[in-house]
Design a protein around this ligand. Sequence first.
Ligand code: ZN
Length: 294
Amino acid sequence: MMTGNSRAKVLLAVALALVATLAIGLAPAVSADRTRLQPGWDLFSPEQDIQIGKRLAAEVPKQMTLLNDPRVDNYLNEIGRTLVPHAPGFKYPYEYRCVNSAAINAFALPGGYIYINRGVIEAASTESELAGVMAHETAHVALRHGTSQASKAYIAEIPAALLSGWLGNNSGLGSAIVQMTTGFVMNSVFLKYSREDESQADVLGTQILYDSGYDPRALARFFEMIQAKSKSQPIEFFSDHPNPEHRVERVMEEVDKLGGPESGYKEDSRQFHEIQKYVDKLPPPPKKQTPQPQ
Ligand SMILES: [Zn+2]
C-alpha cells in the first residue's frame, strides 16, 4: 500500500514522464538532426572581433574598389536582415557591401563586415543563390573563423614576438592586433581559412538559408553553376574555397538532415533580377584590380 507521500512521488514521476514524452513528441525532429557547430578556440572576445573587423574594414578601400552604390548595398542588407536573425552565437552588427569586381568572390571580416563582389550578383541565377553566398560568409563570422585563425597565428608567433619586444611593453595582444590588421597580414591571417572552416561555413550557411525560408539547396546550385563556368575561365571563388564536388555533396547531405526544403520556401524575387539588370548597366569595374584577399 502506498503512503500519501509515495503516491505523490509516483504521480510526480508519471507527470514528469508525460511532460518528457510530450516534449520529445513536440520537438521538431529536423533540428535534432542538423549538424551542430560551435566557434573554435579563440584568444579574442566577440567584442574584439568587432574592433578588429572595424580596423580591417578601414583597410579594404585601400586594397580594392567598393561599388559604393546605395541601391545595391541596401538590397544586400535587406537580404542580410532575413539571414542574420538565424546566425547563431554572438549578435554581431552584420553589414554587407558590394565590391566593384567582376570576379566571382566574397569575403567576411571578423565582427560582421561582409563583402560581396559584383561578380556574384551577376553570376547568380536566383536570389536564393546570392543569399547562399551571403549565408556562407555570415557563417564564417558567426563561427569566428577569422579570429580563431588569427589566434593560432599569434600563438605560432609568440617566440618571435617575445624577441621583438611585442610582449615586453605589456601591450601584447593590443599591438599584435595592430600588426595583424595591416595590409598583407590581413589577407594571410584573417582570411586564411582551413578546409574545415570552409566546410563548416557551407553547413551553417545552408542551415541559415533553411531557417530564413530560402531554398537550402541554393548554395549547392551556385557551386555547380560556377564549377561549370570554371571550365572556361578561372574562378576566384575556388582559389579561396576549394574542392567544389565535395562541397556540393556536403551541402546536399545537410539539406537531407534538415528534412529537405520547407514547403513554400523562397527561391527568387523580382527585385533580384531588377538589381542584376541595374548592376549590368553600371560602368564596367576598373580593369586593374588589386588582387583579392586569398
Ligand atoms: Zn568561405
